[in-house]
Design a protein around this ligand. Structure first.
Ligand SMILES: C[S@@+](CC[C@H](N)C(=O)[O-])C[C@H]1O[C@@H](n2cnc3c(N)ncnc32)[C@H](O)[C@@H]1O
Length: 469
Protein backbone atom coordinates (compact mmCIF):
# COMPACT_ATOMS: atom_id res chain seq x y z
CA UNK A 1 0.00 0.00 0.00
CA UNK A 2 1.12 3.53 -0.71
CA UNK A 3 1.91 4.93 2.73
CA UNK A 4 1.84 8.58 1.76
CA UNK A 5 -1.11 10.36 3.29
CA UNK A 6 -3.47 11.78 0.67
CA UNK A 7 -3.53 15.50 0.24
CA UNK A 8 -6.76 17.14 1.35
CA UNK A 9 -8.58 19.06 -1.36
CA UNK A 10 -7.84 22.81 -1.29
CA UNK A 11 -5.99 22.27 1.90
CA UNK A 12 -3.11 24.69 1.45
CA UNK A 13 -0.19 24.36 3.81
CA UNK A 14 -0.83 22.27 6.93
CA UNK A 15 -1.86 24.42 9.87
CA UNK A 16 -0.93 21.89 12.53
CA UNK A 17 2.60 23.11 13.21
CA UNK A 18 1.70 24.21 16.74
CA UNK A 19 0.70 20.66 17.66
CA UNK A 20 3.63 18.92 16.03
CA UNK A 21 6.23 17.53 18.37
CA UNK A 22 3.86 17.68 21.36
CA UNK A 23 3.63 14.36 23.23
CA UNK A 24 0.25 12.66 22.79
CA UNK A 25 -2.19 13.53 25.54
CA UNK A 26 -3.49 10.74 27.76
CA UNK A 27 -6.75 10.03 26.04
CA UNK A 28 -8.13 6.64 27.07
CA UNK A 29 -11.66 7.30 25.77
CA UNK A 30 -10.63 8.14 22.21
CA UNK A 31 -7.99 5.39 22.23
CA UNK A 32 -10.67 2.81 23.10
CA UNK A 33 -13.06 4.22 20.51
CA UNK A 34 -10.35 3.95 17.86
CA UNK A 35 -9.57 0.37 18.88
CA UNK A 36 -13.26 -0.51 18.57
CA UNK A 37 -13.31 0.92 15.03
CA UNK A 38 -10.26 -1.14 14.17
CA UNK A 39 -11.80 -4.38 15.57
CA UNK A 40 -15.02 -3.73 13.64
CA UNK A 41 -13.04 -3.20 10.45
CA UNK A 42 -10.47 -5.97 10.78
CA UNK A 43 -12.28 -8.70 12.70
CA UNK A 44 -15.87 -8.10 11.69
CA UNK A 45 -16.40 -7.52 15.41
CA UNK A 46 -19.63 -6.24 16.93
CA UNK A 47 -18.97 -2.84 18.49
CA UNK A 48 -21.43 -3.49 21.31
CA UNK A 49 -19.48 -6.60 22.35
CA UNK A 50 -15.94 -5.24 21.88
CA UNK A 51 -16.45 -1.94 23.66
CA UNK A 52 -17.64 -3.24 27.06
CA UNK A 53 -14.79 -5.79 27.00
CA UNK A 54 -12.16 -3.13 26.32
CA UNK A 55 -13.62 -0.79 28.95
CA UNK A 56 -13.43 -3.59 31.53
CA UNK A 57 -9.90 -4.65 30.54
CA UNK A 58 -8.59 -1.08 30.67
CA UNK A 59 -10.59 -0.21 33.80
CA UNK A 60 -12.18 2.76 32.13
CA UNK A 61 -15.33 4.02 33.82
CA UNK A 62 -17.35 7.15 34.48
CA UNK A 63 -17.02 10.04 32.07
CA UNK A 64 -14.28 8.42 30.01
CA UNK A 65 -16.44 5.32 29.49
CA UNK A 66 -19.42 7.48 28.52
CA UNK A 67 -17.30 9.42 26.04
CA UNK A 68 -15.78 6.24 24.57
CA UNK A 69 -19.27 4.79 24.13
CA UNK A 70 -20.61 7.89 22.45
CA UNK A 71 -17.63 8.11 20.11
CA UNK A 72 -17.33 4.41 19.23
CA UNK A 73 -21.03 3.76 18.66
CA UNK A 74 -21.72 7.13 17.10
CA UNK A 75 -18.86 6.83 14.62
CA UNK A 76 -19.87 3.30 13.65
CA UNK A 77 -23.47 4.36 13.14
CA UNK A 78 -22.60 7.41 11.06
CA UNK A 79 -19.74 5.81 9.10
CA UNK A 80 -21.37 6.11 5.65
CA UNK A 81 -22.27 9.77 6.14
CA UNK A 82 -18.80 10.56 7.50
CA UNK A 83 -17.23 8.86 4.50
CA UNK A 84 -19.22 10.93 2.03
CA UNK A 85 -17.99 14.08 3.78
CA UNK A 86 -14.40 12.85 4.09
CA UNK A 87 -14.40 11.89 0.41
CA UNK A 88 -15.22 15.49 -0.41
CA UNK A 89 -12.30 16.70 1.69
CA UNK A 90 -9.63 14.31 0.43
CA UNK A 91 -8.24 14.27 -3.04
CA UNK A 92 -7.71 10.58 -3.56
CA UNK A 93 -10.43 7.93 -3.21
CA UNK A 94 -11.03 6.85 0.41
CA UNK A 95 -10.17 3.28 -0.59
CA UNK A 96 -6.62 4.49 -1.04
CA UNK A 97 -6.33 6.10 2.40
CA UNK A 98 -4.58 3.89 4.95
CA UNK A 99 -7.33 2.15 6.92
CA UNK A 100 -5.96 3.15 10.36
CA UNK A 101 -5.80 6.72 9.21
CA UNK A 102 -9.34 6.56 7.92
CA UNK A 103 -10.52 5.23 11.30
CA UNK A 104 -8.93 8.22 13.02
CA UNK A 105 -10.42 10.64 10.48
CA UNK A 106 -13.89 9.17 10.93
CA UNK A 107 -13.57 9.47 14.68
CA UNK A 108 -12.49 13.08 14.34
CA UNK A 109 -15.19 13.90 11.81
CA UNK A 110 -17.81 12.42 14.12
CA UNK A 111 -16.66 14.63 16.97
CA UNK A 112 -16.76 17.71 14.79
CA UNK A 113 -20.14 17.04 13.25
CA UNK A 114 -22.18 15.19 15.82
CA UNK A 115 -20.91 16.09 19.30
CA UNK A 116 -20.50 19.22 21.37
CA UNK A 117 -16.78 18.66 21.74
CA UNK A 118 -15.12 22.02 20.94
CA UNK A 119 -13.67 21.89 17.42
CA UNK A 120 -10.11 22.68 18.54
CA UNK A 121 -10.20 19.75 20.98
CA UNK A 122 -11.59 17.41 18.30
CA UNK A 123 -8.92 18.49 15.82
CA UNK A 124 -6.02 18.28 18.25
CA UNK A 125 -7.01 14.95 19.71
CA UNK A 126 -7.45 13.47 16.24
CA UNK A 127 -4.03 14.69 15.17
CA UNK A 128 -2.56 13.18 18.34
CA UNK A 129 -4.26 9.83 17.86
CA UNK A 130 -3.25 9.61 14.21
CA UNK A 131 0.31 10.52 15.11
CA UNK A 132 0.38 7.79 17.76
CA UNK A 133 -0.89 5.31 15.18
CA UNK A 134 1.15 6.26 12.15
CA UNK A 135 3.83 8.71 13.17
CA UNK A 136 4.37 12.41 12.67
CA UNK A 137 4.23 12.17 8.87
CA UNK A 138 0.40 12.18 8.98
CA UNK A 139 -0.08 15.05 11.42
CA UNK A 140 -0.28 17.84 8.87
CA UNK A 141 -2.63 15.91 6.64
CA UNK A 142 -5.01 15.03 9.47
CA UNK A 143 -4.97 18.57 10.74
CA UNK A 144 -5.84 19.93 7.31
CA UNK A 145 -8.68 17.46 6.72
CA UNK A 146 -10.16 18.17 10.13
CA UNK A 147 -10.01 21.91 9.55
CA UNK A 148 -11.70 21.45 6.20
CA UNK A 149 -14.56 19.63 7.88
CA UNK A 150 -15.02 22.48 10.36
CA UNK A 151 -15.94 24.76 7.46
CA UNK A 152 -19.52 23.42 7.58
CA UNK A 153 -21.80 21.91 10.18
CA UNK A 154 -23.53 18.60 9.55
CA UNK A 155 -26.68 20.09 8.01
CA UNK A 156 -24.63 22.20 5.59
CA UNK A 157 -22.53 19.24 4.55
CA UNK A 158 -25.66 17.17 3.93
CA UNK A 159 -27.20 19.93 1.88
CA UNK A 160 -24.02 20.26 -0.15
CA UNK A 161 -23.56 16.55 -0.82
CA UNK A 162 -27.06 15.02 -0.81
CA UNK A 163 -28.22 13.24 -3.96
CA UNK A 164 -31.20 14.75 -5.74
CA UNK A 165 -33.71 11.96 -4.99
CA UNK A 166 -35.76 12.27 -1.79
CA UNK A 167 -34.98 8.83 -0.35
CA UNK A 168 -31.28 9.14 -1.12
CA UNK A 169 -31.17 12.55 0.57
CA UNK A 170 -33.04 11.26 3.62
CA UNK A 171 -30.74 8.24 3.78
CA UNK A 172 -27.68 10.50 3.82
CA UNK A 173 -29.14 12.85 6.42
CA UNK A 174 -29.99 10.00 8.78
CA UNK A 175 -26.82 8.02 8.06
CA UNK A 176 -28.47 4.99 6.47
CA UNK A 177 -27.54 3.09 3.34
CA UNK A 178 -30.06 3.91 0.66
CA UNK A 179 -31.31 0.32 0.27
CA UNK A 180 -32.30 0.29 3.94
CA UNK A 181 -34.05 3.65 3.69
CA UNK A 182 -35.91 2.24 0.70
CA UNK A 183 -36.91 -0.89 2.66
CA UNK A 184 -38.33 1.36 5.40
CA UNK A 185 -40.16 3.36 2.73
CA UNK A 186 -41.64 0.18 1.25
CA UNK A 187 -43.04 -0.74 4.66
CA UNK A 188 -44.18 2.73 5.74
CA UNK A 189 -44.95 4.58 2.52
CA UNK A 190 -43.49 7.92 1.57
CA UNK A 191 -46.38 10.25 2.32
CA UNK A 192 -46.00 12.79 5.11
CA UNK A 193 -42.98 12.87 7.35
CA UNK A 194 -43.24 9.38 8.81
CA UNK A 195 -40.34 7.92 6.84
CA UNK A 196 -38.10 10.74 8.07
CA UNK A 197 -39.25 10.20 11.65
CA UNK A 198 -38.59 6.46 11.36
CA UNK A 199 -35.08 6.93 10.02
CA UNK A 200 -34.31 9.63 12.57
CA UNK A 201 -35.46 7.41 15.43
CA UNK A 202 -33.35 4.62 13.98
CA UNK A 203 -30.32 6.92 14.08
CA UNK A 204 -30.75 7.76 17.78
CA UNK A 205 -29.36 5.97 20.80
CA UNK A 206 -31.98 3.60 22.17
CA UNK A 207 -33.08 3.32 25.78
CA UNK A 208 -32.22 0.07 27.53
CA UNK A 209 -35.23 -2.11 28.28
CA UNK A 210 -35.39 -4.75 30.99
CA UNK A 211 -37.86 -7.62 31.27
CA UNK A 212 -38.81 -8.62 34.81
CA UNK A 213 -38.89 -12.37 35.21
CA UNK A 214 -42.58 -13.40 35.46
CA UNK A 215 -43.22 -15.07 38.81
CA UNK A 216 -40.12 -13.29 40.21
CA UNK A 217 -40.54 -9.53 40.49
CA UNK A 218 -43.14 -7.20 39.05
CA UNK A 219 -42.21 -4.48 36.57
CA UNK A 220 -43.03 -1.87 39.24
CA UNK A 221 -40.68 -3.52 41.75
CA UNK A 222 -37.96 -3.82 39.11
CA UNK A 223 -38.40 -0.16 38.19
CA UNK A 224 -37.98 0.80 41.84
CA UNK A 225 -34.84 -1.36 42.19
CA UNK A 226 -33.18 -0.09 39.01
CA UNK A 227 -34.35 3.51 38.97
CA UNK A 228 -36.12 2.98 35.64
CA UNK A 229 -39.75 3.46 34.62
CA UNK A 230 -42.33 0.76 33.97
CA UNK A 231 -42.56 0.34 30.20
CA UNK A 232 -45.73 1.58 28.53
CA UNK A 233 -46.85 -1.66 26.86
CA UNK A 234 -45.14 -4.80 28.14
CA UNK A 235 -46.45 -6.05 31.49
CA UNK A 236 -42.87 -7.07 32.34
CA UNK A 237 -40.98 -4.14 30.86
CA UNK A 238 -38.86 -1.43 32.47
CA UNK A 239 -37.17 1.32 30.51
CA UNK A 240 -33.85 2.78 31.61
CA UNK A 241 -32.50 6.05 30.31
CA UNK A 242 -30.21 5.87 27.26
CA UNK A 243 -26.60 5.82 28.36
CA UNK A 244 -27.43 4.56 31.87
CA UNK A 245 -24.23 2.47 31.94
CA UNK A 246 -23.70 -1.23 31.25
CA UNK A 247 -27.00 -2.91 32.13
CA UNK A 248 -25.12 -6.23 32.51
CA UNK A 249 -23.67 -4.71 35.71
CA UNK A 250 -27.10 -4.38 37.33
CA UNK A 251 -27.49 -6.66 40.32
CA UNK A 252 -31.05 -7.53 39.25
CA UNK A 253 -29.69 -8.82 35.90
CA UNK A 254 -26.92 -10.82 37.57
CA UNK A 255 -29.43 -12.42 39.94
CA UNK A 256 -31.76 -13.41 37.07
CA UNK A 257 -34.56 -11.22 38.42
CA UNK A 258 -34.67 -9.68 34.97
CA UNK A 259 -32.91 -9.64 31.64
CA UNK A 260 -31.99 -6.98 29.13
CA UNK A 261 -34.61 -7.28 26.39
CA UNK A 262 -36.17 -4.80 24.03
CA UNK A 263 -39.81 -4.13 24.87
CA UNK A 264 -40.82 -5.11 21.33
CA UNK A 265 -39.22 -8.53 21.79
CA UNK A 266 -41.09 -8.94 25.06
CA UNK A 267 -44.39 -8.02 23.39
CA UNK A 268 -43.88 -10.53 20.56
CA UNK A 269 -43.01 -13.37 22.96
CA UNK A 270 -45.99 -12.55 25.16
CA UNK A 271 -48.30 -12.32 22.11
CA UNK A 272 -47.65 -16.02 21.43
CA UNK A 273 -49.06 -16.87 24.86
CA UNK A 274 -52.27 -14.84 24.53
CA UNK A 275 -54.58 -16.36 21.89
CA UNK A 276 -56.81 -18.88 23.67
CA UNK A 277 -56.32 -22.55 22.77
CA UNK A 278 -58.77 -25.38 23.51
CA UNK A 279 -57.42 -28.26 25.55
CA UNK A 280 -53.94 -28.61 27.04
CA UNK A 281 -51.61 -25.66 26.96
CA UNK A 282 -48.44 -26.85 28.62
CA UNK A 283 -46.00 -27.80 25.83
CA UNK A 284 -44.39 -24.83 24.21
CA UNK A 285 -41.53 -24.67 21.70
CA UNK A 286 -39.02 -22.00 20.72
CA UNK A 287 -37.59 -23.08 17.37
CA UNK A 288 -34.79 -20.48 17.06
CA UNK A 289 -33.89 -19.84 20.64
CA UNK A 290 -30.35 -18.44 20.86
CA UNK A 291 -29.26 -16.50 22.83
CA UNK A 292 -32.37 -17.17 24.90
CA UNK A 293 -34.11 -13.87 25.63
CA UNK A 294 -37.56 -14.99 24.51
CA UNK A 295 -36.95 -18.54 25.78
CA UNK A 296 -36.32 -17.14 29.27
CA UNK A 297 -39.53 -15.11 29.16
CA UNK A 298 -41.60 -17.98 27.73
CA UNK A 299 -39.98 -20.51 30.10
CA UNK A 300 -40.94 -18.37 33.10
CA UNK A 301 -44.51 -17.95 31.79
CA UNK A 302 -45.06 -21.64 31.01
CA UNK A 303 -43.59 -22.51 34.41
CA UNK A 304 -46.37 -20.60 36.15
CA UNK A 305 -48.87 -23.13 34.71
CA UNK A 306 -46.68 -26.16 35.30
CA UNK A 307 -45.74 -26.58 31.63
CA UNK A 308 -42.45 -26.97 29.76
CA UNK A 309 -40.59 -25.26 26.94
CA UNK A 310 -38.39 -26.98 24.38
CA UNK A 311 -35.79 -24.66 22.90
CA UNK A 312 -34.05 -25.47 19.61
CA UNK A 313 -30.90 -23.67 18.51
CA UNK A 314 -28.61 -24.64 15.68
CA UNK A 315 -25.38 -22.98 16.84
CA UNK A 316 -23.84 -24.86 19.79
CA UNK A 317 -22.35 -21.76 21.43
CA UNK A 318 -25.68 -19.99 21.24
CA UNK A 319 -27.46 -23.07 22.63
CA UNK A 320 -25.15 -22.74 25.66
CA UNK A 321 -26.34 -19.16 26.10
CA UNK A 322 -29.93 -20.43 26.05
CA UNK A 323 -29.04 -22.94 28.78
CA UNK A 324 -27.52 -20.18 30.88
CA UNK A 325 -30.49 -17.86 30.35
CA UNK A 326 -33.01 -20.55 31.33
CA UNK A 327 -31.03 -22.55 33.89
CA UNK A 328 -33.63 -22.50 36.66
CA UNK A 329 -36.65 -22.90 34.36
CA UNK A 330 -38.42 -25.97 32.90
CA UNK A 331 -36.61 -25.59 29.57
CA UNK A 332 -34.94 -28.35 27.53
CA UNK A 333 -32.38 -27.09 25.02
CA UNK A 334 -31.78 -29.02 21.78
CA UNK A 335 -28.83 -28.28 19.51
CA UNK A 336 -30.49 -28.90 16.15
CA UNK A 337 -31.60 -27.39 12.88
CA UNK A 338 -35.14 -26.19 13.44
CA UNK A 339 -36.07 -27.43 9.97
CA UNK A 340 -35.30 -31.04 10.94
CA UNK A 341 -35.24 -31.00 14.74
CA UNK A 342 -36.43 -34.59 15.21
CA UNK A 343 -39.15 -33.34 17.60
CA UNK A 344 -42.54 -35.01 17.06
CA UNK A 345 -45.01 -33.46 14.61
CA UNK A 346 -48.24 -31.94 15.89
CA UNK A 347 -47.14 -32.09 19.52
CA UNK A 348 -46.75 -28.49 20.74
CA UNK A 349 -49.51 -26.16 21.90
CA UNK A 350 -47.57 -22.99 21.03
CA UNK A 351 -44.52 -22.54 18.81
CA UNK A 352 -42.34 -19.48 18.39
CA UNK A 353 -40.29 -18.98 15.21
CA UNK A 354 -38.06 -16.01 16.01
CA UNK A 355 -36.31 -16.45 12.70
CA UNK A 356 -32.79 -15.37 11.73
CA UNK A 357 -33.20 -12.12 9.82
CA UNK A 358 -31.37 -9.05 8.56
CA UNK A 359 -31.93 -7.32 11.91
CA UNK A 360 -32.89 -4.11 10.09
CA UNK A 361 -35.31 -3.49 12.95
CA UNK A 362 -32.57 -3.31 15.57
CA UNK A 363 -30.00 -1.14 13.84
CA UNK A 364 -30.06 1.28 16.77
CA UNK A 365 -28.57 -1.38 19.00
CA UNK A 366 -25.90 -2.66 16.60
CA UNK A 367 -23.99 0.40 15.59
CA UNK A 368 -22.05 -1.00 12.64
CA UNK A 369 -24.74 -3.34 11.32
CA UNK A 370 -26.34 -0.98 8.80
CA UNK A 371 -23.09 -0.67 6.85
CA UNK A 372 -22.27 -4.38 7.03
CA UNK A 373 -25.58 -5.80 5.86
CA UNK A 374 -26.04 -6.16 2.11
CA UNK A 375 -29.23 -6.33 0.03
CA UNK A 376 -28.07 -9.76 -1.13
CA UNK A 377 -28.45 -11.07 2.47
CA UNK A 378 -32.21 -10.78 2.19
CA UNK A 379 -32.92 -13.56 -0.34
CA UNK A 380 -30.91 -16.19 1.50
CA UNK A 381 -32.61 -15.38 4.78
CA UNK A 382 -36.16 -15.42 3.44
CA UNK A 383 -35.70 -18.99 2.17
CA UNK A 384 -34.61 -20.08 5.66
CA UNK A 385 -37.46 -18.09 7.23
CA UNK A 386 -40.05 -19.85 5.05
CA UNK A 387 -38.57 -23.26 5.78
CA UNK A 388 -38.52 -22.66 9.53
CA UNK A 389 -42.12 -21.44 9.46
CA UNK A 390 -43.22 -24.59 7.57
CA UNK A 391 -41.42 -26.69 10.20
CA UNK A 392 -43.19 -24.79 13.02
CA UNK A 393 -46.57 -25.40 11.41
CA UNK A 394 -45.75 -29.11 11.24
CA UNK A 395 -44.73 -29.17 14.93
CA UNK A 396 -47.75 -27.33 16.34
CA UNK A 397 -50.82 -29.43 17.17
CA UNK A 398 -54.23 -28.81 15.58
CA UNK A 399 -55.80 -25.84 17.39
CA UNK A 400 -52.37 -24.63 18.51
CA UNK A 401 -50.73 -21.29 17.71
CA UNK A 402 -47.52 -20.32 15.89
CA UNK A 403 -45.87 -16.91 16.21
CA UNK A 404 -43.61 -15.86 13.34
CA UNK A 405 -41.34 -13.05 14.52
CA UNK A 406 -38.50 -11.16 12.87
CA UNK A 407 -36.62 -8.10 13.97
CA UNK A 408 -37.04 -6.44 10.62
CA UNK A 409 -39.59 -4.33 8.77
CA UNK A 410 -38.30 -5.50 5.36
CA UNK A 411 -41.39 -6.66 3.44
CA UNK A 412 -39.52 -9.62 1.94
CA UNK A 413 -38.93 -10.96 5.47
CA UNK A 414 -42.38 -10.10 6.77
CA UNK A 415 -45.47 -10.01 4.58
CA UNK A 416 -43.92 -11.87 1.63
CA UNK A 417 -42.86 -14.81 3.83
CA UNK A 418 -46.39 -14.99 5.21
CA UNK A 419 -48.00 -14.69 1.78
CA UNK A 420 -45.89 -17.53 0.45
CA UNK A 421 -46.42 -19.84 3.44
CA UNK A 422 -50.16 -19.16 3.64
CA UNK A 423 -50.49 -20.15 -0.02
CA UNK A 424 -49.08 -23.58 0.79
CA UNK A 425 -50.39 -24.33 4.30
CA UNK A 426 -53.85 -24.66 5.80
CA UNK A 427 -53.45 -22.21 8.65
CA UNK A 428 -55.47 -19.20 9.71
CA UNK A 429 -53.78 -15.83 10.22
CA UNK A 430 -55.12 -14.35 13.47
CA UNK A 431 -55.47 -10.62 13.88
CA UNK A 432 -52.29 -10.21 15.92
CA UNK A 433 -53.24 -6.66 16.93
CA UNK A 434 -55.72 -8.12 19.43
CA UNK A 435 -52.78 -9.63 21.33
CA UNK A 436 -50.88 -6.38 21.64
CA UNK A 437 -53.43 -4.68 23.90
CA UNK A 438 -53.12 -0.93 24.40
CA UNK A 439 -50.35 -0.64 21.81
CA UNK A 440 -51.33 2.23 19.49
CA UNK A 441 -50.75 2.68 15.74
CA UNK A 442 -50.72 -0.97 14.71
CA UNK A 443 -52.04 -0.32 11.20
CA UNK A 444 -54.54 -2.45 9.30
CA UNK A 445 -53.47 -5.90 10.53
CA UNK A 446 -53.58 -8.81 10.59
CA UNK A 447 -49.87 -8.63 11.34
CA UNK A 448 -48.14 -6.33 13.78
CA UNK A 449 -45.18 -4.17 12.85
CA UNK A 450 -43.66 -2.23 15.72
CA UNK A 451 -41.46 0.83 15.10
CA UNK A 452 -38.93 2.85 17.10
CA UNK A 453 -40.58 6.16 16.17
CA UNK A 454 -44.09 4.95 17.04
CA UNK A 455 -43.51 2.65 19.97
CA UNK A 456 -39.96 3.28 21.19
CA UNK A 457 -39.20 -0.39 20.50
CA UNK A 458 -37.13 -2.17 17.89
CA UNK A 459 -38.97 -2.63 14.58
CA UNK A 460 -40.24 -6.13 15.41
CA UNK A 461 -42.72 -7.92 13.19
CA UNK A 462 -45.15 -10.52 14.54
CA UNK A 463 -47.67 -12.78 12.80
CA UNK A 464 -49.88 -15.23 14.71
CA UNK A 465 -51.18 -18.34 12.92
CA UNK A 466 -53.57 -21.03 14.13
CA UNK A 467 -53.55 -24.59 12.79
CA UNK A 468 -57.12 -25.75 12.18
CA UNK A 469 -58.53 -28.54 14.44
C1 LIG B 1 -33.30 -13.91 15.87
S1 LIG B 1 -32.28 -15.05 16.66
C2 LIG B 1 -33.32 -15.62 17.95
C3 LIG B 1 -33.32 -14.72 19.15
C4 LIG B 1 -33.91 -15.40 20.38
N1 LIG B 1 -35.24 -15.94 20.13
C5 LIG B 1 -33.95 -14.48 21.57
O1 LIG B 1 -35.00 -13.85 21.82
O2 LIG B 1 -32.94 -14.36 22.27
C6 LIG B 1 -32.28 -16.41 15.57
C7 LIG B 1 -31.51 -17.62 16.08
O3 LIG B 1 -31.76 -18.69 15.18
C8 LIG B 1 -30.60 -19.47 15.08
N2 LIG B 1 -30.70 -20.27 13.85
C9 LIG B 1 -30.26 -20.00 12.60
N3 LIG B 1 -30.61 -20.97 11.76
C10 LIG B 1 -31.28 -21.89 12.48
C11 LIG B 1 -31.88 -23.11 12.17
N4 LIG B 1 -31.88 -23.59 10.92
N5 LIG B 1 -32.47 -23.80 13.16
C12 LIG B 1 -32.50 -23.33 14.43
N6 LIG B 1 -31.93 -22.17 14.78
C13 LIG B 1 -31.34 -21.45 13.82
C14 LIG B 1 -29.48 -18.46 15.08
O4 LIG B 1 -28.26 -19.07 15.46
C15 LIG B 1 -30.01 -17.46 16.11
O5 LIG B 1 -29.53 -17.78 17.39
Amino acid sequence: MDRRPSRPRNSGPPRGRREQGRPPAEDPARRVALDVLRAVRLEDAYANLVLPKLLRERRISGRDAALATELAYGTCRAAGLLDVILADCIERPLAKVEPQLLDALRLGAYQLLRTRIPPHAAVMSTVDLAREELGSRVAGFVNAVMRKITQHDEAEWVEKLAPSDAIGALALRTAHPKWIARAFADALGTTGDELARALEADDARPAVHLAARPGGVSAEELAAITGGDPAPYSPYGVRLEAGAGDPGDLEAVREHLCQVQDEGSQLCAVALTRPPVDGPDDRWLDLCAGPGGKAALLGALVDINGGTLDAVEQAPHRAKLVEQATQDLPVTVHVADGRSSGLPSASFDRVLVDAPCTGLGALRRRPEARWRRQPSDVGELTKLQRELLHAAIDLVRPGGVVAYVVCSPHLAETESVLADVLRREKVEALDARAYFPDVPELGDGPYVQLWPHRHGTDAMFCALLRKPE
